[in-house]
Structures are given as C-alpha cells and as structure tokens.
Design a protein around this ligand. Structure first.
Ligand SMILES: Cc1ncc(COP(=O)(O)O)c(C=O)c1O
Length: 370
C-alpha cells in the first residue's frame, strides 16, 4: 500500500527536537506519572507494581472501558474498543469501513490521516474546507455539494485541530440529518473532546447522536497523557466487531500498564480538567493579548482545543517562514502548508507560559523584518 508522507509528523520530527521555543505542540503540558498519582490521591500505586505484565484484556480492561463509557450518554462496553492512540483508532475505522472506489468527504484543515489513509486505501477523498470568514465554521452546503452516490463516509474533527473551531451541537445534528438521508457513516475524530472553552466543555459525541456515527478519542490531549498511547473507538456493535477483526492484525492489546494509568486518569477526569482549563485559559489570554498588539498576524480565536491557526500578512511560503524563523530565533511553529493551509502557521497555546510568551515575542520581531 502506497501512502502520502504525513506532512505534519515529518515536519515535527525534523524541527521540534532542536527548537528552543517549541510552539508546535498540540498537547496540554503532559502530566508526569507522579502528578497523575497526586491528582488522583494515590500515594503508592501498589496495584501496578504487582501487576504481571501479560497482554492483559485484549480489547481493553473492563475498568478502562467503563471509564471510557462514562464519556458517552448511550453506549455499552460492547460499543467500545481500545486502540493505540487516536491515530490507531482512526486508521482502524478507515480500514474497516472503506473499500476501493468509495468516496470520503474530509473536512479540512484536519489531521492528514483523514484524507491520506482513504486515498491509500483506494478511496477518493474530497476535501471540504472550513470557512475562515465564518469563524472556521462549516458551510453545510459545501458538504451537500460534495455528496455523490459513492460517498460512504464524512470525516469531522471536533474540536478542530488546527483552528480550534467547535461544531455547535445543533450543526452536528444537521450534519447527521444529511448523512442519515444518504446512509453515510460519520467518523468524528474527538481527540480534543472535553476541551471546549465556551459553554459545555464536552460537545455531543457523534457516537451518541447517530447509529452510523463513529467517535475516536484518546488520552493524549484532553487528559494530558500522550505518552500512554491509549485511544479508543466508540460506535455501534457490528462496526466495533469489524474493527476488532482488523485490530487483531496490528494491535493484540494496548499495554496493561497504559491501561491502568488511563483508567486512573479517566476516573479522575474532573481534577485533570480543572488543571487543564487553567493552562488553556492562561494560554489563550497570552495569545489574545499578543494578537491585539501584532500587526502582521491575525486569527479567529479558538473556541476549544489547544491550537490556533494564525494568518500572516507577508508574502512568503509558510515552510520558508517557519524554517527561517527557527534558524534565526529557535522558535518552532507549524507551517500551514503541512495542513493544506498555505499563508498560515499553527500555534499550540497550552504550553509553558515563558515558552509561549517568548516564542510569540520573537515571532513578532522576526516577521516585522522580513
Ligand atoms: C485531530 C487529531 N487526531 C488524532 C491525533 C493522534 O492522537 P493520539 O496521540 O491519541 O494518537 C492527533 C494528534 O495530534 C490529532 O490532532
């Protein structure tokens, strides 16, 4: 199977390790195991010390699946399978649903998996762009216009990386109506679900709204534990059974150690949320203050998630801008071109305060001079 280069991952692997001020990250300051234990009130995690390192429960422990189930309104344990991050979850969903010749509508900008994996599987991926002039919201007519009798799947990301746009629940329901009338699946990548900065932190999950709705989620963003490599798929039972058929070939199980820490984290999710919202709000204020004083950059402020997409007012390709910026200042930003959004850069604002402030200040100084 041939596949396009994953542009974001390639860029980050190349540039992030040497960055002095890394503003590319999408994670909220990750927790250490000690911090997780402290937040969860566990003095000594004896349970895990005494755990034999078997494969564990193949599709995820009952404890973990119960904790994941609590994130949804209408699901049972059988509606869930545990995966290697949201990245593994998305891959399995595409493999399980798509056949050669199918069409997929991928709402972009988004994680490149959403269109490159369908393409690699022989499907035709049609890109539907979020509208910048519409505060990065979808125009539903764009989805309707992209539909054909071959459309099998609509792919959403809510909240959206990189724009920070949140799909209002009412709009989500209208997308469901469109999909329902054509028997189309919806995959909603909900890796950032629980991080809405406005209104209820948790948007409705597509898995609760629609029988052909499949949600993917993970510990990486909302729960600040990307090192656990735990994600999941939530959807109807026949789909989960099909996913598990594929999963047997590439996962066996997710580490029993990761399963334990993920269970503890989800059982203490409210405390982790409290910590994370403080970081997010602080970062958003810093970003907002900076934008008010910055002449060469504008942005729609994120309504959720951990990133914002900045449009710069200079005539320079985003890859060149980011490469030169990092060379001159040590500041790493992600070029919009890696997300099909030339003329923009992505900033992750849920990071260390000093790194964020210094990085943005250096970016301002640099962009004035080019
Ligand atoms: C939208 C989206 N989906 C999935 C992933 C993969 O996340 P995970 O670490 O859970 O595999 C990312 C990571 O950046 C992401 O931004």
């Amino acid at each position: 199977m041939r596949i396009d280069t994953f542009k974001i991952e390639e860029w980050m692997n190349l540039y992030c390790p040497s960055a002095k001020y890394d503003l590319t990250t999408t994670c909220i300051e990750p927790l250490s195991i000690r911090e997780l234990m402290t937040i969860s009130g566990i003095a000594r995690p004896l349970e895990i010390f005494d755990t034999k390192l078997t494969y564990g429960d193949i599709h995820g422990s009952r404890r973990l699946k119960s904790a994941i189930k609590s994130l949804y309104r209408n699901l049972e344990l059988e509606n869930i399978t545990v995966t290697h991050g949201a990245i593994g979850a998305n891959q399995l969903v595409f493999e399980s649903i798509l056949d050669k010749g199918d069409e997929v509508i991928a709402v972009v900008p988004a994680y490149q998996q959403h269109y490159s994996i369908p393409k690699a599987l022989g499907a035709n991926a049609k890109l539907v762009f979020l509208r910048e002039e519409n505060n990065w919201q979808l125009n539903l007519n764009d989805i309707k216009n992209a539909l054909t009798y071959k459309t099998k799947l609509i792919c959403l990301n809510n909240p959206n990386n990189p724009t920070g746009a949140v799909i209002p629940d009412e709009t989500l329901k209208r997308i469901v109506e469109i999909a329902k009338s054509h028997n189309i699946w919806i995959l909603c990548d909900e890796a950032y679900r629980g991080l809405n900065l406005v209104g209820n932190p948790y948007s409705e999950s597509i898995a609760d709204l629609y029988e052909r709705g499949v949600a993917t989620g993970s510990m990486s963003k909302t729960y600040s534990l990307p090192g656990l490599r735990v994600g999941w798929i939530a959807g109807r039972i026949d789909l989960i059974n099909e996913v598990n058929k594929h999963r047997e070939y590439n996962t066996i199980s997710v580490s029993i150690v990761d399963d334990y820490y993920a269970s503890v984290a989800l059982e203490n999710k409210d405390k982790i949320s409290q910590r994370n919202f403080a970081i997010m709000k602080n970062g958003l204020n810093i970003l907002n203050d900076w934008l008010r004083g910055e002449v060469y950059v504008k942005a729609n402020l994120p309504q959720g998630g951990t990133t914002a997409l900045l449009r710069y007012k200079k005539d320079i390709p985003s890859r060149t801008l980011c490469r030169n910026l990092q060379q001159a200042t040590g500041v790493a930003l992600l070029p919009g071109e890696t997300m099909e959004m030339e003329g923009t850069v992505r900033v992750g604002f849920c990071i260390d305060t000093t790194v964020l402030k210094t990085g943005l200040k250096e970016f301002s100084k640099f962009i004035r001079l080019i």
